[in-house]
Design a protein around this ligand. Structure first.
Ligand code: NDP
Length: 361
């Protein structure tokens, strides 16, 4: 690994590629949910995440088929790639924060949480947050494919079906995010977070290198011959979680666009209102105040199980991470909503007393 410059700079090159593709490829224009801090106008977005993803994966496939880059190249260079992504995350975070005017308060806090809310690049063609998420999703997929390739090359005679299932479910997760990228415009990251180390380093390093932690451990191990029921259970848990997360996010998205519209032709939107603002109080949003977080944790649990080696510790770090991320985030969002909606939020809390897991928490 020592002196492995190609491995170190691979994430740098890939992020530059994603940035250029985001700026150049055709995109649909949509109006977002977040308002520009200065003008108060709703921000406009050029959205082409799925296309950027397909082109990047296509280039990787081309490099693999033509022999330019071995299929398991990212696995072979995974440690230098990790170091490169870590360094890239630090350099870009520092650059983004230090070139923005201070908002007051401690520099350390600003470095972590950021200064700019929603910076744009190339004359507004590329939204910095959205392109960071597209990079994280795309590079995670590249890592997963390359790590799985290593497994198949190492255990040609008897590869693990759990590795196939893990990559298939994670590919679903990544594609789901990209297909519904517009819905992401209505989420906490976009309206409540600023762009500092937490978000930049999170997308450039943590997302592509940590999320697949299960495969870091399992790609080098032989087929555990997991029972079929375990793989079926993993798939069921994953899709139960996906239904909760996607369902809740879509219901809220449609409600924000059109509060009268029936969701999925079935869920009539019941809302409580203070005459000015409304909060959805039916369907997924009746079950708990953040049932989408429960969905996300279940998806992560399904992924950990899908490798068919529940005694391995590493795959469980992923669901653990979600618990550590989403429990404090729910508290923070609760405070934010309490301040924004006042007595209306108190009423919602009375009607829907559970934070994340109904009848438990
Ligand atoms: P939510 O989508 O739950 O958004 C919370 C916001 O929704 C609130 O601040 C409020 O915003 C609005 N809101 C809350 N309750 C209601 C209601 N009853 N009716 C109408 N509006 C309501 O949370 P996040 O944005 O944190 O998460 C979005 C998705 O992203 C989730 O599925 C989450 O699990 C996922 N996620 C995924 C991560 C990953 O790494 N894969 C990381 C983090 C999140 P407003 O003031 O605008 O009304």
């Amino acid at each position: 690994m020592t002196g492995d410059l190609p491995g170190f700079f691979a994430p740098w090159l890939a992020s530059a590629l994603v940035l250029v593709l985001s700026a150049l490829l055709p995109a649909r224009r949509v109006t977002g949910y977040v308002r520009d801090e200065r003008s108060g106008q709703l921000l406009e977005y050029r959205m082409n995440g799925p296309l950027v993803f397909v082109v990047t994966i296509g280039l990787w496939l081309l490099a693999g088929y033509s022999g330019v880059m071995p299929w398991d190249w990212l696995w072979t260079h995974r440690w230098s790639g990790t170091a490169g992504a870590l360094a890239l995350g630090i350099v870009v975070s520092a650059a983004v924060v230090m070139t923005a005017p201070s908002r007051g308060g401690s520099l350390l806090k600003e470095l972590y949480l950021g200064r700019y809310a929603n910076p744009r690049m190339f004359g507004g063609r590329v939204d910095a947050k959205m392109v960071l998420y597209v990079f994280g999703a795309t590079y995670l997929e590249l890592n997963l494919l390359s790590f799985a390739a290593h497994h198949f090359l190492s255990f040609r005679e008897d590869p693990s079906p759990g590795v196939v299932l893990y990559v298939a479910l994670f590919t679903w997760f990544v594609c789901d995010y990209l297909v519904f990228e517009r819905v992401h415009l209505y989420t906490y990251d976009l309206f409540a977070e600023r762009i500092g180390f937490k978000l930049v380093w999170g997308c450039l390093f943590f997302y592509p290198y940590f999320y697949g932690v299960g495969l870091w451990a399992a790609a080098d191990l032989p087929n555990p011959h997991a029972p079929v029921w375990l793989l079926v259970l993993a798939t069921l848990v994953f899709f139960a979680g996906w239904s909760l997360a996607r369902g809740a996010n879509m219901q809220k998205f449609h409600f924000k666009l059109n509060p009268e519209r029936t969701f999925l032709g079935r869920f009539r939107p019941e809302a409580i209102s203070d005459g000015e603002r409304r909060l959805l109080c039916s369907g997924f949003w009746r079950v708990s105040r953040h049932v989408n977080y429960l969905g996300e944790i279940l998806m992560a649990t399904g992924l950990a199980l899908s490798l068919g080696q529940p005694a391995l510790v590493a795959p469980w770090l992923y669901p653990l991470y979600y618990v550590l991320l989403l429990v404090p985030r729910e508290r923070d969002d609760d405070r934010r909503c309490g301040a924004k909606y006042g007595p209306l939020w108190d009423e919602y809390r009375r009607r829907v007393p559970w934070r994340i897991v109904p009848r438990v928490y």
